[in-house]
Design a protein around this ligand. Sequence first.
Ligand SMILES: Cc1cc2nc3c(=O)[nH]c(=O)nc-3n(C[C@H](O)[C@H](O)[C@H](O)COP(=O)(O)O)c2cc1C
Length: 285
Amino acid sequence: MSYLQYFTKPIDETIRERTSCRTYKDKLLSQNDKKELLDFGMKLNKGIRTEQIHYQLAEFSVEELKERKMSAYWLFKNLRSFVVGMIDKTDFHQMSYGYAMEHIVLKATELGLGTCWAGYFDPRAIEGIKIKENHTIPAIILIGYAAEERSVKERIARFAIRASKRHDWSKLFFLGEFSKVLNAESAGPYAEVLELLRLAPSAGNTQPWRIIKDKSKNIYHFFKKVVNPSYERKKLHDIDIGIAMCHFELGAAHRGLRGKWMQADPQLTGLPSTMHYMATWIHDT
Ligand SMILES: Cc1cc2nc3c(=O)[nH]c(=O)nc-3n(C[C@H](O)[C@H](O)[C@H](O)COP(=O)(O)O)c2cc1C
């Protein structure tokens, strides 16, 4: 099962259209956009492992956010709204959170809204939001109407992390083992699906996803490579893996490729300590 049915535009186009937005118009979301987004969120109330998740839209004036000293606030212009997701605390909630919240990001993109994930934010930014005892807010999504042009600061920041670039396939996708690169031919019907995964956003554009396809079957094992130790401590790489799973699942569903997420660690030997197994996609036969 995927959430593709709740999107109205072709998902490939929406994924290709999305980029992070840090320069907004000084404007709150329209009632209609709010409703569409929150109605969509109501349908997506479970994580990959059935963790409960719900969403709230937090709205501010520009001055209020300045007072709350939103972390990295200097980078954002006219920020007024965030989507805050609240999820059951489990051992894997960050991955589920990335998976669920990226669907919200893509729905927002479809609605013509600009978004940016924020893994670093001042807790004062979400002050006043009521949260259940066993729930947590691992990251937030900044949301609004994109300004006509990116600010100079934003352009410099994007340049510094090469935000528009992604690693080549040879660094991300493998066949059977990490020493064999997967090519589009061997990926067959999943080649375009992997391409959509490659366009996913990730913290600091670190792209920690490493995927191994089974030698003969349409089974894809998702690994996390620790690229940045401080992101790893904050579990942002785990959120990135969930985001990649969202792109992969929607891309597959769009092509009629059905499957499910399982825990099926291929138990590869000799893995570096920075490589961690996360999840497996098993194609329905
Ligand atoms: C989990 C996560 C956390 C992020 N945290 C921040 C952040 O704190 N501040 C920020 O400016 N961008 C943040 N980003 C946005 C990334 O820098 C951005 O997705 C990446 O550079 C790729 O650029 P693109 O989204 O335009 O494709 C985050 C992205 C993800 C996925």
